[in-house]
Design a protein. Structure first.
Length: 394
């Protein structure tokens, strides 16, 4: 089997045919999608120059605890049904993860159909959200638009840079993604959703994007995929603007992290605590950079020890010493025998990813396991849980 980058027109044509088979779309639609995705990295498994399996890598940045890290996504993982159960995807995943680490990416993210499958590669679910269902009329009438803010329809040919600017300045970062020029295709496609931009004095200050699903002859449900704002005045303007859809939108649906404050803006709502649709998964690629890239409480000075086994990225495997002082962390490998066993935290790649992303505190993550947590790791201010939702800011 030959594993190589997909690069020629003939190979992309084979890719479109494979995608049409696996995702039950037309070949022509897939060809159009892949034209838009031509700057991404596609890896294929070929036998006698015939494509049997493929996956692609997406490259962007992600906020983890409000620190920005390089992140690489994986999408369009597919195998011809005739050639499934031969380990082709397993090899593709290993090659892609290795390449991403070598290229300097610190995390990897994906939005899978099957979470259990990808947990075998170190990925862990990190999204938790409340799904709100509201009528436009449920938004309080005294929430007013800032008259200094203008509202425009997003033009993908000229407005992309504005999205990144909003993403870098937004006050509701939580765990989110900023992408490159075509990163909107990471989870969906421009022709399949709509977007409004909000500007103050020609400066972009917010946006929201959405899809519509027809629910009656003239009515739709609006599914908000993401919204971002740089200040509360913009947030109020976005919510005030959503009232304008009262005549043609029956319900507005939006998934938000637990602590996202929105209830005070509403008269009434229906809510269901649940995972977002296609909840995102994350994986640590470079453990050292992950740990050293975070900010820590400046008043805490401590020394921690961590043991990891990574079957794919061997550099992560080993016992690590974490020296935390004055808000920063220095991470070095250390011989296991040089440290008392009761000081070493043994944890999986999946769980350390969830801890760093803020999905849950360490006691919560390990409460179902027979794992002794060293006392130093129980300092609650080191790795507190934070609102966690990989909304896609591209």
């Amino acid at each position: 089997m030959d594993y190589r980058e997909i690069s020629t027109k003939e190979e992309f044509d084979q890719l479109a045919e494979l995608a049409a088979t696996c995702f039950h779309e037309s070949v022509e639609d897939m060809k159009n999608d892949f034209k838009e995705l031509s700057e991404q990295y596609f890896l294929g498994a070929f036998e006698d120059n015939n494509l049997q399996a493929a996956a692609d890598g997406r490259f962007f940045e992600i906020f983890i605890r409000n620190q920005l890290f390089k992140c690489a996504g994986i999408a369009f993982v597919m195998t011809d049904p005739v050639h499934r159960r031969k380990g082709l995807v397993n090899k593709l995943m290993e090659i892609l993860l290795r390449k991403m680490k070598d290229d300097g990416y610190v995390y990897s993210a994906l939005w899978p159909f099957e979470h259990k499958f990808y947990s075998n590669y170190g990925y862990a679910s990190i999204e938790k959200a409340i799904s709100y269902k509201i009528k436009p009329s449920n938004i309080r009438k005294d929430i007013q638009k800032d008259e200094n803010i203008s509202i425009i329809r997003y033009d993908q040919s000229k407005d992309f840079e504005k999205l990144n600017k909003i993403a870098n300045n937004a006050v509701n970062k939580y765990t989110r993604i900023i992408g490159k020029a075509d990163a909107w295709k990471l989870r969906t496609y421009p022709q399949r959703f709509k977007m409004y931009l909000f500007e103050r004095d020609d400066e972009p200050v917010g946006y929201f994007c959405y899809k519509l699903k027809k629910t009656g002859e003239y009515q739709h449900d609006m599914n908000i995929l993401d919204f971002a704002y740089v200040d509360i005045s913009t947030k109020k303007t976005i919510l005030s603007f959503l009232r304008n859809f009262e005549s043609d939108v029956k319900h507005i649906m939006i998934n938000l992290p637990y602590e996202e404050e929105i209830l005070s803006y509403l008269i009434d709502y229906n809510t269901e605590h649940k995972f977002a649709s296609w909840p995102g998964m994350l994986r640590v690629l470079d453990l050292k950079k992950c740990l050293e890239g975070l900010d820590y409480p400046k008043k805490i000075s401590t020394e921690l020890y961590l043991k990891i086994e990574d079957n794919i990225i061997e550099e992560n495997t080993g016992t690590w010493k974490l020296e935390i002082n004055k808000g920063k962390c220095i991470v070095v490998k250390t011989p296991e025998e040089a440290v008392s066993k009761d000081r070493i935290l043994e944890i999986s790649v999946n769980k350390i990813t969830q801890l760093l992303a803020g999905y849950a505190t360490l006691p919560k993550l390990l409460e179902a396991e027979e794992t002794e947590i060293p006392e130093e790791w129980l300092e609650p201010h080191l790795f507190p849980s934070v609102p966690c939702s990989i909304m896609v800011w591209f």
